[in-house]
Design a protein around this ligand. Structure first.
Ligand SMILES: [Zn+2]
Length: 96
């Protein structure tokens, strides 16, 4: 799998005086559209902000995943922050 589009990612709400024919806003990296967001659902803004923050969240998870596992014998039912972060990184990288 290739790397994701480099940061910064920005969110264009589509409300900068431009009429949009469809209910979408966009998350972009420069001139590259990374994602179109359905702005007509109540979660639209939260979804856009989450996608915009995805590269930073992935970097934070990678950093946390590199810390020592503190699960002890309870990893399956109560994973530590390092294991939760490692699972999130694996999912983001298509390994789970
Ligand atoms: Zn752990």
């Amino acid at each position: 799998m290739s790397e994701h589009t480099p940061e910064p990612w920005t969110w264009d709400k589509g409300d900068a005086g431009i009429e949009r024919p469809e209910p979408y806003s966009t998350v972009s990296a420069g001139d590259t559209i990374v994602a179109e967001i359905n702005s007509f659902i109540p979660e639209g803004e939260a979804n856009a902000l989450l996608i915009k923050a995805a590269p930073s969240l992935l970097a934070a998870c990678k950093k946390s995943a590199d810390t020592q596992c503190l699960c002890g014998i309870d990893q399956a039912s109560n994973p530590c922050h390092a294991c939760v972060a490692a699972r999130a990184v694996a999912a983001a990288e298509g390994r789970s």
